[in-house]
Design a protein around this ligand. Structure first.
Ligand code: ZN
Length: 276
């Protein structure tokens, strides 16, 4: 296999695995006409399939395909024998067999749910499968095994899957829908404000700075202060003196009253004795 083609197939299989979930061993439904052609060119089909698919493969056939091969006569005996070496895939046509093309179409359905690859020389069948996204198609062209490039339907799904990968996960979308849109906007505004604040001028850490030494005051200010202090002290002492004088006056008045009372008593006693 040429390098250019192997690179193409590598990209192709990566596309099928990432967008459609194809995994090894790749399941290949083999049509009778495909195997007949491979034997005609004496191809080791199992090895060639592994080379082309860049991984392990599992070749399969249906009972309908086998019955169709048997109908072909002696020329196809070898094909019948080789086909039976593969794994049989059950189909829905046990009671009444259909053509191989119809049988394969019923398995692939609308979206190839079991991720099968189809190997067939039937051009019409391949054309119908091109409308189904995610179906790798193989055929033999002059003793060379070919994997068809992805169909338009396949590429459309690939684009869709890639676009969905860029979106937020479904759980996150549900969560965001639950939250009120106003609160989200408020939250965003707060975040913006915080960011703006942080961008402002940064002051140095005060703990890391040295303390400024206090400058000595000029002499005239200090003298004034002393004067003020002295005035205050004088005011306090005057106040105390005044309070002391006031107290002495009260005491004197009380003493004077007491002496008046005593003198009055003595006068009354003298009057009483004169009267007797
Ligand atoms: Zn069938």
């Amino acid at each position: 296999m040429r390098q250019k083609r192997s690179k193409q197939y590598k990209r192709l299989m990566a596309l099928y695995s990432t967008s459609f979930g194809f995994r090894e061993p790749y399941q290949i439904l083999v049509d009778g006409n495909f195997l007949y052609m491979a034997l005609r060119y004496k191809m080791n089909i199992c090895d060639q399939l592994c080379n082309v698919m860049l991984g392990k493969t599992k070749q399969m056939y249906t009972s309908c395909t086998l019955k169709e091969v048997r109908k072909q006569g002696k020329d196809w005996e070898e094909t019948e024998m080789e086909l039976q070496k593969f794994e049989q895939r059950r189909c829905e046509h046990r009671k009444k067999a259909v053509t191989s093309a119809e049988c394969l179409s019923s398995i692939i359905e609308q979206d190839n749910p079991h991720n099968y690859c189809i190997a067939t020389q039937n051009e019409l069948l391949r054309e119908s499968f091109r409308n189904v996204p995610g179906v790798p198609l193989l055929y033999i062209n002059r003793s060379v095994l070919i994997v068809e490039p992805p169909s338009r339907a396949t590429l459309e799904i690939v684009k869709k899957v890639e676009f969905e990968k860029t979106l937020a996960p479904r759980n996150e979308i549900k969560f965001l829908k639950k939250i009120n849109s106003d609160t989200i906007i408020k939250g965003e505004n707060e975040i913006i404000k915080k960011k703006r604040k942080s961008k402002g001028f940064k002051r140095p850490n005060p703990l890391s700075c040295k303390k400024k030494k206090a400058k000595p005051l000029p002499s005239f200010l200090t003298s004034q202060n002393n004067k003020n202090n002295n005035n205050n002290e004088d005011k306090i002492s005057n106040k105390r003196k005044y309070e002391g004088e006031f107290n002495n006056e009260i005491k004197d008045s009380i003493n004077n009253k007491e002496t008046e009372i005593h003198s009055n008593k003595r006068k009354r006693k003298r009057k009483k004795t004169k009267a007797e």
